[in-house]
Design a protein around this ligand. Structure first.
Ligand code: SF4
Length: 413
């Protein structure tokens, strides 16, 4: 038994979990305990989502069951060869912590991952046990996200989906070469095989629930994955390509991008510097372009430079528009939704508002200005009843005019 107190172990294992970004709780089924039965809720009043300054969700109790691990992934602070303090919880301890934090309204659910102890099967069984006790013995109806272990028996991985709202398997790195070099114990085809199994189970469960009301639910919030950005030499274009393949093949709800951050006692094969956090942000923006704006992966890749990297000073939508100027200007009073969605500065809500408003009147520049943060960015790309960007779209200095001005770094920021 560990000599650390529960509080010390909580500090170690909550800190060790911070490198995993895939903790958003969107998309699950609505459940609550307003009928007086059970405990917790995935919805409704009294549940607040809190986000860390870097945008990550912190309203889930985010823990590792243990940071002991028999694997040696170079980018991971918990790898076998790392010299970190180790700790471990029993499944019952994680259950007790979850319930006590939930009752104090500190959290809305649990995000549980783990290093691999003894074997992948043993670890997976322990993770499942936490979710089973919460659901079966405590009627816990809050959100549960379980990280699953691709090396575990598929039967065990499938059990995780019966208790959890969301399951995830980290694809870790965008290329097979990167995985072989930095995570020698992991195997790309095996990771994708496990994702495929989860996808089949999710689809089958959805199909069954359409036909039988009592059909067991399986990971109703779907599956997600995470890619580490900047630990290997993969370009943004490669990352975008990998993400789109994963969305297409496994119906993922989300791909999370986590900018590699240098870890204590880092392996010598890792870069010394972290990639700019803005790179992670640009990848999220490109992800949105594919999922909500109708861009094909190749189009997002076209926004990158010759080395496959997305610009950091402007967003990928603007970068694409500047490269494909022949697609502009777009007449906001006539263009179809797909063309409006390509206009830099017009989001999905603004496009919806444009489509609704133009049914009743002809739109002027001031109407569009009300829908966007900065009409300056839009003007070169649109035509309205009273505005046409003569020559503006062809100006050689258009990029410089639209890019945000560089800011002096603050010495004491
Ligand atoms: S399997 Fe790899 S990434 Fe996961 S905890 Fe172990 S060393 Fe870290």
């Amino acid at each position: 038994m560990s000599r650390e107190t529960l509080r010390e172990r909580l500090e170690i294992l909550a800190d060790a979990a911070k490198y995993d970004a895939s903790c958003a709780s969107s998309g699950t089924a609505k459940r609550n305990s307003r009928d007086g039965k059970g405990l917790g809720s995935t919805e409704g009043m009294g549940i607040c989502h809190a986000y860390a300054p870097d945008g990550r969700c912190i309203s889930l109790l985010k823990l590792l069951l243990t940071n002991h691990c028999i694997f040696d992934c170079h980018y991971c602070v918990n790898r076998k060869s790392s010299n970190v303090r180790r700790a471990r919880f029993t499944p019952q301890e994680v259950v007790d912590l979850t319930l006590s934090f939930y009752r104090r309204n500190y959290i809305e659910g649990l995000f549980l991952s783990s290093g691999i102890i003894r074997s992948a099967d043993h670890t997976m069984a322990q993770l499942i046990e936490v979710a089973r006790i919460l659901r079966e013995e405590h009627q816990f109806r809050g959100y549960i996200h379980l990280k699953t272990i691709p090396e575990a028996d598929p039967e065990l991985v499938a059990q995780a989906g019966l208790w959890a709202d969301r399951v995830s398997i980290n694809v870790e790195l965008p290329t097979e070469q990167g995985l072989t070099r930095l995570a020698p114990d992991k195997n790309g085809p095996r990771i994708e095989g496990a994702m495929g199994n989860l996808q089949s189970a999710i689809v089958e469960a959805k199909d069954a629930s359409r036909r039988f009301r009592a059909a067991p639910r399986f990971a109703p919030a779907g599956q997600s994955t995470q890619m580490i950005v900047g630990a290997d030499g993969a370009s943004d274009a490669q990352i975008v390509g990998k993400a789109s393949t994963l969305y297409g093949r496994f119906g993922l709800r989300r791909v999370y991008y986590s900018a590699f951050s240098p870890i204590p006692d880092a392996s010598a094969v890792l870069p010394l510097q972290r990639p700019p956090l803005l790179r992670e942000h640009r990848l999220y923006q490109s992800d949105w372009l594919m999922r909500f704006y109708g861009y094909a992966p190749a189009e997002v890749q076209d926004a990158a430079d010759a080395g496959g990297m997305l610009p950091l000073d402007i967003d990928p939508k603007l970068a694409w528009a500047l490269k494909f100027r022949d697609r502009f200007p777009v007449d906001v009073n006539r263009a179809p939704r797909e063309a409006l969605l390509r206009v830099p500065g017009l989001g999905t809500k603004a496009v919806k508002a444009v489509l609704a408003a133009r049914r009743h009147r002809t739109l002027r520049l001031e109407d569009i200005a009300r829908l966007t943060v900065s009409v300056r960015k839009l003007r070169p790309f649109i035509v309205t009843a009273d505005w046409r960007p003569t020559l503006l779209i062809d100006r050689a200095d258009l990029r410089a005019r639209l890019a945000p001005s560089p800011r002096q770094m603050e010495l004491f920021a």
